[in-house]
Structure formats: structure tokens, C-alpha cells
Design a protein around this ligand. Structure first.
Ligand code: XUL
Ligand code: CO
Length: 435
């Protein structure tokens, strides 16, 4: 099965700010220099196999609605090959540099461990061929340790050590394939690493199992010489009620406890941040503060829904705030912007897949330009610097070495009466809106 499914769609190119075609970039201009770097290098866009090419448009009330040639029939070797070609063809037509995959996204279904490994190895060989033919690169690989029923009670945190070993087999193969394919990162999202009820869960034991599993992954990364970044993807709930990798701060505490905080970074997903009751930019800033900012899964939730709707980002305003934190963190290094998002169930045409990605790419590119303009303007950052300037003054320096009692005595001796100062939030918001 070959795919000329997209024959009439794309390639999508930068068509200038006045372009009128739907499938042309007005903002995304990959060679444009922004803050000294090409836009393509700033943003490192990736298409994900899972949402765009595996999900059939099903929900809990109904069957798949998408009639894609690569989803027809069983997920056998022929269909999996067609899906891989479609993924590469699509990504090329969008003119973005990266793709991402879970092992099961790109291979034929298999239940037994030997068949699973063989099918995955064949699929990985084909990815290598496709990369060679197209020049596309791998942003990250990962293993799906959450869909198969064997993982219903967790993978690394499963009460059954046989399941732990199965997970190790999948991750060893996925990590080695990612290495061979020149992947920039390897992701672990703990899909079923969490619990439903403490009535059947030994939490302390499960956390130790998860810590051990991650240590084994890091050890293996070094053994095979993989130089990419290992990333954990925080998420607070769904599928399990309590996920162990709840948010960035929780993941950092976990990494510290198991001595992995210099080995592992985070892949931050916008909709996971909002599910945790945080803003997307808060999670990026938290990761930057802890020195573990790695990569981005770009999408959005629905403010009226409490679940992971995985919609494509469409607010330049919100994305600008996130982009400011990305730039303040020094920008992306091995990470990228992966569109971990799906079209709505009624968006059944292949053209909808293009409109979704093109719109999201435009939002992120536009946000980059706005964030860069804000940084170049400098007033926002100058205000923040000025707000903390007291710490660089004589008094600020004088108190650095003092203990609590000496500090207290000094405050009394000098009758300190610090004058209140406005935080100027509204002025700052107005300033932001001028960009
Ligand atoms: C699930 C999710 C995953 C991870 C990779 O919510 O975001 O696609 O990105 O397993
Ligand atoms: Co994700």
C-alpha cells in the first residue's frame, strides 16, 4: 500500500504576510533570523505519529470516524508500512524537520514478546530508510507502556514483576532504536504509573519501583552511548486518578529522591499543565528554575472540560507567555515543539489534519516573534530587574552573610520601615498587549 493520500495537499511553504491561501505560512518562515537564530532552529517542530496517524476518531460512545487508507483493516505489516509512509509524507509536506513515535504507533500489532520485538525491529529499519530518503529527523522515541491490557495496573509500578520485565524489554528496544535513528531525546510518559485506590496500592513500593526503572533506563542510555536527553512527561491524572508524575515540581522531587535530577529533564505538555491547575508558562518556568527544562508537547485543553482534550494550540496570546519563558530559559537545545494534539472527531478530511498543523505552527511562530519583540524592547525585563535591585545594593549585600538573630538585630537597630511599592501588574499587562 503506498500513500498518495495527500497528493493535492501541500507542500506548505512560507507565502509572505499577505498570502491568501489557507495552506500557506504567513508567520512561520523557517529561515528568518529571530534573536540571532533561524526560526526552524528555535522551534524544532515535530509531528507525532500517535494522535495524527493512529487514533481513528473513536470516543467512549462511538467507533472511529476517520476513513484513512493506513487504518483500513488489521494493523498488520502492510497497514503499518502505509502508516509510516503517510507520516513521513505528511511531515515533509508541512516542511517541518522532526517526527516522534511510540513503538506501537509505527509497527504491526503483536502479543507475544518475540513477535513484538521482531515487528518493532522491522519497523525501526523502515524508519531508518525513510529518514534517509526524506532527511526528516527524530525528535523523540518512546515505548507505549499503557495501552496493552498487561499494563492496566502500571508498567514499572505494576505489582507483578513479570510486567516490570516486559516494560524493560519494550524500553530497551525503543531506546536502542531511538539511538540508532539519531533521536534527540527519549521520552517516558508514565501512562499507567499511578493508582486508582489506596485500598489496593502500596505507594511507597510503587515509587521505589519507578525510581529503579528510571535508573535502569539512565544506566542503559550511558551503556549504549546515547547522547540525547531522557525526558519525563508530567501529567496529573488520566488515565489513572493519581499519576505519580503529577507536575514538574513533583517530578523534580522524585528525580532528586532517586538521584536522577542531573540525568533527566521534562517534556512539558500544555494540556497536562492546565489539568494540574497550572498555566503552561508556570510549568516551563518551574522546569527552568530547577534546571530540568527539556521539550514541549504543544496542544491545548478546553477551559470548560476537566480532561485531556488534546486540541491544537490556537491562542497567540497564551503561547506568547509560554514562549517568553522558553526564551528566558535559553531556548530549546535537544527539545522541540511536538504537536501532541488531535483534530476533532468530526474533522474527517485529510485536509483537516493540514489545517490543524498549519494553524498551530502559525500560532507558535507568531508567538515567537512577539516574545522576541518583547525581549528586544526590554521594558518588561527591566521592570523585573529593577524590582529586585535592592539585593544588589549596599544593604542587600550587607545582609547576605548574617544569621537570623543578626538580621533581626539589624532590622531593629536601624528601625527599618521598607516603603511599599506597586507590582504594576496592569501596566505590565498593557505593555504586553502592545506587542
Ligand atoms: C498522553 C501523552 C503522550 C505522551 C507520550 O497524554 O501526552 O502522547 O506525549 O507517551
Ligand atoms: Co504528550
Amino acid at each position: 500500500m503506498t500513500t498518495n493520500a495527500f497528493a493535492d495537499l501541500g507542500p506548505v511553504r512560507h507565502a509572505g504576510p499577505d498570502a491568501t491561501e489557507d495552506l500557506g505560512y504567513r508567520w512561520y518562515d523557517k529561515d528568518r533570523i529571530v534573536l540571532g537564530k533561524r526560526m526552524e532552529e528555535h522551534l524544532r517542530f515535530a509531528v507525532c505519529a500517535w494522535h495524527g496517524f493512529c487514533w481513528p476518531g473513536s470516543d467512549v460512545f462511538g467507533a472511529g470516524t476517520f476513513d484513512r487508507p493506513w487504518l483500513a483493516g488489521a494493523n498488520d505489516a502492510t497497514a503499518a508500512a502505509a502508516k509510516r509512509s503517510a507520516l513521513f509524507d505528511f511531515t515533509q509536506r508541512l516542511d517541518v524537520p522532526f517526527y516522534c513515535f511510540h513503538d506501537v504507533d509505527i509497527m504491526a500489532d503483536a502479543d507475544g514478546i518475540a513477535d513484538f520485538r521482531r515487528n518493532f525491529a522491522e519497523a525501526a529499519d523502515d524508519l531508518e530508510r525513510l529518514q534517509g530518503e526524506t532527511g526528516l529527523r527524530l525528535l523523540w522515541g518512546t515505548a507505549n507502556l499503557f495501552s496493552h491490557p498487561r499494563y492496566m495496573a502500571g508498567a514499572a509500578t505494576n505489582p507483578d514483576p513479570q510486567v516490570f520485565a516486559w516494560a524493560a524489554s519494550q524500553v530497551r528496544d525503543a531506546l536502542e532504536a531511538t539511538h540508532r535513528l539519531g533521536g534527540a531525546n527519549y521520552v517516558l510518559w508514565g501512562g499507567r504509573e499511578g493508582y486508582e485506590t489506596l485500598l489496593n496500592t502500596d505507594m511507597a513500593r510503587e515509587l521505589d519501583q519507578l525510581g529503579r526503572f528510571l535508573s535502569l533506563v539512565v544506566e542503559h542510555k550511558h551503556r549504549i552511548g546515547f547522547s540525547g536527553t531522557i525526558l519525563i512527561e508530567p501529567k496529573p491524572m488520566e488515565p489513572t486518578k493519581h499519576q505519580y508524575d503529577r507536575d514538574v515540581a513533583t517530578v523534580f522531587a522524585f528525580l532528586q529522591r532517586y538521584g536522577l535530577d542531573t540525568e533527566v529533564k521534562v517534556n512539558i505538555e500544555a494540556n497536562h499543565a492546565t489539568l494540574a491547575g497550572h498555566s503552561f508558562e508556570h510549568e516551563i518556568a518551574t522546569a527552568a528554575a530547577f534546571g530540568i527544562f527539556g521539550s514541549i508537547d504543544a496542544n491545548r485543553g478546553d477551559p470548560q472540560n476537566g480532561w485531556d482534550t488534546d486540541q491544537f494550540p490556537n491562542s497567540v496570546e497564551e503561547m506568547t507567555l509560554a514562549m517568553l519563558e522558553v526564551l528566558r530559559a535559553g531556548g530549546l537545545t535537544t527539545g522541540g515543539f511536538n504537536f501532541d494534539a488531535k483534530v476533532r472527531r468530526q474533522s474527517i478530511d485529510l485536509a483537516d489534519l493540514f489545517h490543524a498543523h498549519v494553524g498551530a505552527i502559525e500560532v507558535v511562530a507568531h508567538a515567537l516573534l512577539r516574545a522576541a519583540a518583547i525581549i528586544e524592547d526590554g521594558r518588561l525585563d527591566a521592570f523585573k530587574r529593577e524590582r529586585y535591585a535592592g539585593w544588589g545594593d549596599a544593604f542587600g549585600q550587607e545582609i547576605v552573610p548574617l544569621d537570623l538573630a543578626a538580621l533581626a538585630d539589624l532590622a531593629a537597630a536601624r528601625s527599618l520601615a521598607p516603603p511599599p511599592r506597586s507590582g504594576r501588574q496592569e501596566w505590565l499587562e498593557n505593555l504586553l498587549n502592545r506587542f
